[in-house]
Design a protein around this ligand. Structure first.
Ligand code: IVH
Length: 671
């Protein structure tokens, strides 16, 4: 077998295994075998760049390079559905449909209404060519690179598919993934996603497709469009789509009467809590496509379909007290303690109250009977008070605390922000929280130092700040409860390994308020090293992309504290990276700043990925498709004809590899 043939074979096999795992949930090989095959394919593709294929299984890991979304017109407008919360209106809709069909009783396809983000997928000759968000229904964002990372979406179709096909469906985040993501965000003190839908839409609009790949989105498809569909009913088309490799819900039912429809609704109103993803209702569609055409559309939605939305689940219970939690940055989170109550299948004892303003708006009194809702949100919230049940025994109006519940320091509040803060950075939960953040996976990634161990080490005064981590000894760790010499050795090893973590992550790890991963990266790349950051004034900091006044002030505030500087100096002494690496430094320039590039074709001197990285490293931006805003097209051999035509139309300049390398002065670097 030639390497080219092996590439083709591996792609085909990997796509099949992907399908078995993510669509059928029936893997036939181990993860280990799958990874080995994928690595082999990655190696071969590196050696044979002319075999580039945007739909190769290797593309599912995404890319670290930021993309900009291009707006594209939908081939068919993306209509929305009429919806109702009311069973009587479902009966009225059904009667209208029967009347519209001159008394004929139609078959109705009953489906779940998935609570995610709608997507349109285009397939030409069985290849995924584009994925577009709904946008305003006429135009949406081209999010193809992100959608390619969703494993349950086929990149190549199987069997007898139409030459030109459009599939509509819903991208969603399963509960398990959502819970895990929010848990991680909580540890990082990043704002939590309110529900899986928000998390999905935040993810699908990510500029960095490698992040999308890590978020494990899923997708169900529910509508087939095209000129040459295999059948004249919606249901049969969906079943055909299943054979082409799409994930189609197992919970679709054909109904022959309004009673069947009502039974479906009643069943899922209860059972939906058992599903591994969020649903907010059911969708009813006339099955026969001719009947659909007969019924037609209104201005906004088809007459042949309707959505029934489930009520957000609500319960009424007593508010017993309010607790206040202190986070690593000192932010205070109020939490309501409630009489346990059953809500959407789980027992709820606590509800989020967000901040002082919300408490004020609700006019809460301790002892009040309050309404708790869980409308697709994982953290229940209090939405109101049942005043009619307020007794003369009720306590006084809830007053937000004025002092830190942990250290007693008076709280502060910036009028521009909703949260109260404890300004004392010696406050134990802040100190412990900072250490937990520092060792977390996205920061220094020190495995083995879990939250409980850190708490214990803090109590025993082994750790009082992040720098102390590097003075821990194996015997000290081994002496702790539930530790042994082996785990102590592993932790020491992980601590030593963390000294290699690049500066961008060190800057994130030290935990400056408002400096998240992205900001840390921007600041590190712009300022090069910690000393420049410490010396920088507000104007210098605000000149960095992504840094506004709030962040600049926070960095300056952090650096003005001698204790922080001492910690930084100690970390430097222990050997942590306090500047961007040689490699990054050499490559970095602003030569391409303000320019956008589209890469097309096959190259001989460097790979596409390398060119993309060179553009980014020199301050330029990569975009996926040509528009009037494109500065250059970097063209190799066999540039796509559509791109060429568009470039000529818009007068965008086309440059060769050599032109580009001269531009960034890198021609001596040829391989
Ligand atoms: S069918 C013309 N089926 O609900 C019919 N939509 O406005 C197009 N949705 O934005 C839609 N589950 O994203 C259909 N089984 C399902 C659905 C579904 C969720 C979403 C869709 C659309 C919204 C309705």
């Amino acid at each position: 077998m030639t390497p080219q043939e092996e590439i083709i074979e591996l792609r085909q096999q990997l796509e099949q295994h992907n399908y078995n795992y993510y669509v059928l949930s029936q893997p036939t090989i181990s993860d280990f075998e799958f990874d080995a095959m994928l690595r082999r394919l990655q190696d071969l593709e590196k050696q044979y760049p002319e075999m580039y294929d945007p739909n190769s299984p290797t593309m599912r890991v995404g890319s670290d390079i930021n993309q900009k979304f291009v707006q594209v017109n939908h081939r068919y407008p993306m209509l929305s559905l009429a919806n109702t919360y009311n069973e009587a209106e479902i009966r009225e809709w059904y009667d209208r449909v029967v009347k519209g069909l001159d008394g004929e009783k139609p078959q109705i396809v009953c489906e779940l209404k998935f609570d995610g983000v709608s997507i349109s997928l285009w397939y030409d000759d069985g290849m995924l060519t584009r994925a577009v968000t709904r946008g305003d229904g006429i135009q949406g964002d081209d999010v193809t690179a992100n959608v390619r990372t969703i494993r349950s979406i086929p990149l190549k179709l199987q069997g007898d598919f139409p030459k030109i096909l459009e599939m509509r469906g819903e991208v969603l985040m399963p509960w398990k993934v959502f819970d895990q993501l929010n848990h991680e965000r909580e540890l990082q003190e990043e704002q939590l996603f309110a529900n899986p839908r928000n998390a999905t839409s935040g993810t699908i609009k990510q500029q960095n497709s490698a992040i999308v790949a890590q978020r494990h989105l899923d997708a169900y498809l529910y509508y087939v469009l095209g000129e040459q569909l295999p059948a004249t009913t919606h249901y049969e088309n969906l079943m055909a789509a299943k054979h082409w490799g799409f994930k189609i819900s197992e919970h679709i039912k054909l109904a022959n009467s309004i009673d069947d429809i009502m039974a479906f609704i009643t069943y899922w109103d209860e059972q939906r809590h058992q599903l591994p993803f969020a649903t907010d209702g059911v969708v009813l569609k006339v099955n026969d496509i001719h009947q659909q055409q007969e019924l037609g559309l209104t201005a906004k939605s088809p007459r042949w379909a309707i959505a029934f939305k489930f009520q957000a689940e609500k319960a009424c219970t007593r508010l017993n007290s309010i607790s206040y939690q202190v986070g690593r940055t000192g932010a205070i989170t109020p939490v309501a303690n409630l009489d346990p109550v059953l809500l959407a299948g789980t027992i709820v004892k606590r509800a989020s109250l967000h901040n002082a303003d919300i408490i004020k708006q609700l006019d809460l009194h301790i002892g009040d009977m309050v309404f708790v809702e869980k409308g697709g949100e994982i953290i229940p919230k209090i939405t109101g008070v049942d005043i009619s049940q307020r007794s003369f025994m009720a306590g006084p109006e809830v007053e937000f605390i004025t002092r830190c519940p942990e250290c007693g320091t008076p709280l502060v509040k910036d009028p521009a922000e909703a949260a109260h803060y404890c300004p004392n950075d010696q406050c134990p939960p802040q100190r412990i929280g900072k250490i937990i953040h520092f060792v977390s996976r996205k920061a220094m990634d020190i495995d083995g130092l879990g939250e409980e161990t850190i708490q214990l080490m803090y109590q025993q005064k082994l750790l009082t700040n992040i720098a102390d981590i590097y003075q821990l000894t194996a015997p000290q760790i081994a002496n702790l409860e539930r530790m042994g010499t082996k785990s102590a050795h592993n932790i020491i090893q992980a601590i030593n390994d963390s000294k290699k973590v690049p500066f961008t992550r060190v800057l994130f790890a030290i935990g400056i308020r408002f400096v998240g991963q992205t900001v840390a990266k921007q600041v590190a790349m712009a300022m090069r090293n910690i000393d420049n950051i410490i010396a920088a004034d507000k104007t210098t900091l605000m000149a960095i992309d992504g840094v506004g006044e709030k962040i600049a002030n926070s960095i300056i505030h952090y650096c003005a504290d001698p204790q922080n500087i001492e910690i930084i100096n100690r970390l430097r002494q222990y050997g942590l990276q306090m500047q961007i690496s040689e490699n990054e430094q050499q490559q970095q320039s602003n030569k391409l700043s303000g320019m956008t590039f589209v890469i097309s074709g096959v190259f001989s001197k460097h790979s596409r990925e390398q060119y993309k990285a060179m553009i980014e490293n020199n301050g330029g931006k990569n975009v996926a498709s040509v528009s009037a805003k494109t500065t250059y097209i970097l063209a190799g051999d066999n540039m796509g004809p559509a791109k060429l035509q568009k470039a000529q139309q818009l007068g965008v300049k086309i440059i060769s590899e050599d032109d580009f390398l001269t531009m960034i002065d890198n021609n001596d670097n040829d391989e």
